[in-house]
Design a binder for this molecule. Structure first.
Ligand code: SF4
Length: 282
């Protein structure tokens, strides 16, 4: 069956060959209780993350490069995915966190028909999404955890395979921002978090992201990430060979104050550490 499961709409028959997302079957690289998500997501026991392989965006600076380029991972069945939901729940996970799930949406829906966890489900996406697919995912998603990587199409063109990223991500974030916020003792049960990874020489775009956030529902959380370290295939991009500067960080932080964002997570300037990148199991 042809796949049109992401904005690329490449039409690959993934039972036979891989699409532009790089994968055919259902493939994961790790699942575990992850301690390094936002505090309301990792909470006390950790977020039950399942790291899916493949990605249609192909960011050159991807911190999960081996997964997104599909050079690691193991194929699992839909039944095994359902079993993993149950196992993570039994381990005490505070939620089930589907990391880069877009190109597996139909498999995830089938797995949830086999076993539906009683804990919140987090849809953890790069933001390059079709609204029709988000409406399908909305049926089971309690928490949207989305990137908003760029607003400037020139950055999307330079750093990803998809120059049209902002054209899909901005309406997608608006859609996700409508999820009602529900917190209990500091744990998120329902809501939306929008992440922005600040890149070197791109503080101006970070400011534009903050400005965009100020037009959304005030309950939406903004998560400013300063953990950028040179990863992936940045050798051809001189500007990406360094970490962000204090000045770039402060520029975006000042915008957060200026635009009056209410719900904000901010990583310390010193958060650029490799320990945030999990060690893959498969
Ligand atoms: S999910 Fe993969 S196979 Fe399907 S349209 Fe997107 S890139 Fe192509």
């Amino acid at each position: 069956m042809k796949c049109f499961g992401c904005p690329v709409k490449c039409g690959a028959d993934r039972e036979i060959y891989a699409g532009l997302c790089g994968v055919k079957g259902l493939k994961i690289a790790k699942y575990y209780l992850h301690p390094y998500e936002e505090p309301c997501i990792s909470y006390k026991n950790g977020s039950g993350c399942i790291f899916f392989c493949g990605c249609s965006l192909k960011c050159v600076f991807c911190q999960n490069f081996e997964l997104s380029r599909n050079s690691r991972g193991k194929e699992i069945s839909v039944q095994e995915l359902a079993d993993i939901f149950k196992e993570l729940e039994d381990m005490g996970a505070d939620n089930i966190n589907l990391v880069t799930p877009t190109h597996y949406l139909r498999d995830i829906i089938r797995a949830l028909e086999i076993y539906r966890p009683k804990i919140p489900i987090v849809y953890n996406t790069h933001g390059y999404e079709n609204i029709e697919d988000l409406k399908l995912a909305d049926e089971f998603t309690d928490i949207w955890l989305t990137d908003l990587k760029f607003i400037d199409p020139m950055l999307a063109k330079r750093y990803t395979a998809r120059a049209d990223y902002p054209g899909y991500a901005l309406p997608a974030v608006k859609f996700m921002s409508q999820k009602p916020l529900k917190m209990q003792d500091g744990k998120m049960l329902s809501g939306c978090i929008v992440r922005h990874l600040l890149l070197p020489l791109a503080a101006y775009d970070g400011v534009n992201v903050v400005k965009f956030m100020s037009g959304l529902n005030k309950d939406v959380y903004f998560s400013l990430m300063s953990q950028y370290i040179p990863c992936g295939v940045v050798a051809r991009y001189n500007e990406l060979k360094r970490r962000i500067t204090k000045r770039e960080y402060n520029t975006v932080l000042a915008a957060v104050e200026r635009y009056g964002l209410k719900n904000v997570f901010v990583q310390d300037f010193s958060s650029a550490k490799e320990e945030f990148i999990p060690k893959w199991d498969y």
